[in-house]
Design a protein around this ligand. Structure first.
Ligand code: PLP
Length: 436
């Protein structure tokens, strides 16, 4: 039994369904490799996060960290759900603008926002600019002076918490490229600089400790640290933070050995820690913001592939090759990330062998799974990799000049194409002949 496939996701024909749509029909209609999202699952996660705050009766925002998956369609869904969203580039911001996403609900992150990106954000009245470094404060001031306007900002600080995750996924330890360091006095200096600038409206502080985190402890430590800093700011500078943003990083289940907590547990722990620490420090309870990315779209995403070649070498695990790979999901190659893959026509079929699931890209490291148990497969079979919705398509590349896959949203038995498959014409349309 694959724990990640629910009986409700299998139809009368025994096929895996997504959002009520048969995966074999999806593969037939849209081709493979294909990325499919179960939109109801996305909505459900957002609503669960929001509900915990509401049950705790605190002011809050749930801001979808859209670097996990950015597209016009996902911003439309976030708008419908009344969520905020984070962007980290002019490109993500432009996509949100195109989607008609309300700009006052956008937070702009990034450790090297360019002058052009800050201009774009200011021109579109982005709700919150998350200041990351002194250079950016100067650039933003320049943009604001030129436009003779002001902006809402928060300071990103490095909470100095390491969260027991994979080392590439950690962003909160002291030695990090993100945010202002606290102990050396940078964060205090940044606060003074912001408070002294009438064009900057200071709203609070932000800390993000990492990603794919399974323990509450890191969030509790970070939440407490942020409140400690807020208390210090009140005492030393008479500044009271209205918002404390603890970032994202809530872990999800990719394989059976992953034991994630529920959104309710993460948020409860954060809210309780902030309430308790604020009370101890005599601070008014700030608004609490979180920025889940992976946990919103990860479990809702599926990658569909068609099986092609197979290589059997006596004594070694066979290679079963799919028509995608590191170009549509680089996480196995980049982070040794693990996923579960099932057969679309019989997702609970008993495995008969353990194979290397190989991608089609010209890299020996393009192996989607080193040891994937599978039933008997043949060329033409459709395989579905589960929980691929976060940092999959978002990190897609054209390596080997392979076109990027199409993306489909499935909901209530209906499939909608939301990102077209790249064509060869798309691939070469930026190329120019060399006439040197
Ligand atoms: C990446 C990121 C997130 C989201 O992290 P997830 O692990 O996808 O939840 C949230 N906030 C910031 C600042 C980030 O950089």
């Amino acid at each position: 039994m694959n724990e990640q496939v629910q009986p409700s996701e299998i139809n009368a024909a025994g096929h895996l369904t997504i959002g009520g749509v048969d995966t074999l029909e999806l593969a037939e209609q849209f081709g493979t490799p294909l990325v499919v999202y179960d939109v109801a699952a996305i909505r459900d996660q957002i609503r669960r996060f929001k509900k915990v705050f509401e049950d705790n009766d605190v002011d809050y925002e749930v801001s979808y960290a859209s670097k996990a998956f950015s597209s016009v369609a996902i911003y439309q869904v976030m708008k419908e759900e009344g969520a905020h969203t984070d962007v980290v580039s002019g490109g993500e911001l432009t996509t949100a603008i195109k989607a008609g996403f309300p700009m006052d609900k956008v937070s702009f992150h990034g450790n090297n926002k360019s002058l052009a990106e800050l201009k774009l954000a200011v021109d579109h009245h982005v709700g919150m600019i998350m200041l990351d470094n002194f250079h950016e404060i100067d650039l933003l001031n320049q943009v604001l002076e030129e436009a003779d306007t002001s902006a809402d900002v928060m300071l990103r600080i490095t909470p100095g918490i390491s969260a027991h995750a994979h080392k590439y996924d950690q962003t909160g330890q002291v030695d990090s490229k993100f945010g202002f360091d606290v102990d050396s006095g940078q964060a205090d200096k940044a606060l003074q600089k912001v408070l002294a600038n009438p064009r900057l409206r200071m709203h609070g502080l932000h800390g993000h400790i990492g990603s794919q985190i399974f323990e509450l402890e890191g969030f509790e430590l970070a939440a407490k640290k942020l409140i400690d800093i807020a208390a210090h700011w009140q005492e030393a500078f008479g500044y009271t933070a209205e918002i404390v943003n603890v970032g994202g990083g809530f872990g999800i289940k990719y394989v059976a050995s992953d034991k994630p907590l529920r959104p309710e547990q993460f948020v409860d722990a954060i809210v309780k820690t902030i309430k308790k620490t604020a009370q101890e420090k005599g601070l008014p309870l700030p608004e609490i913001w979180i920025e889940p990315g992976r946990s919103i779209v990860g479990p809702a995403g599926y990658n569909l592939y068609t099986v092609g070649s197979r290589k059997d070498v006596p004594g070694l695990k066979p290679y079963v090759t799919i028509d995608g790979g590191m170009g549509d999901n680089i996480r196995p190659a980049l982070y040794q990330a693990k996923y579960e893959t099932v057969l679309a026509r019989d997702p609970q079929a008993k495995p008969v062998e353990t194979v290397r699931l190989a991608g089609k890209y010209c890299e020996s490291g393009d192996i989607m799974a080193e040891a994937q148990p599978l039933p008997a497969t043949k060329a033409g079979d459709v395989l579905v990799t589960l929980d691929t919705g976060a940092y999959g398509y978002a990190m897609a590349s054209n390596y080997n000049r392979n076109p990027r896959p199409a993306v489909v949203f499935a909901e209530n038995g209906k499939a909608s194409l939301v990102i077209k498959r790249e064509s060869y014409a798309d691939l070469i349309h930026l190329d120019l002949p060399y006439n040197g």
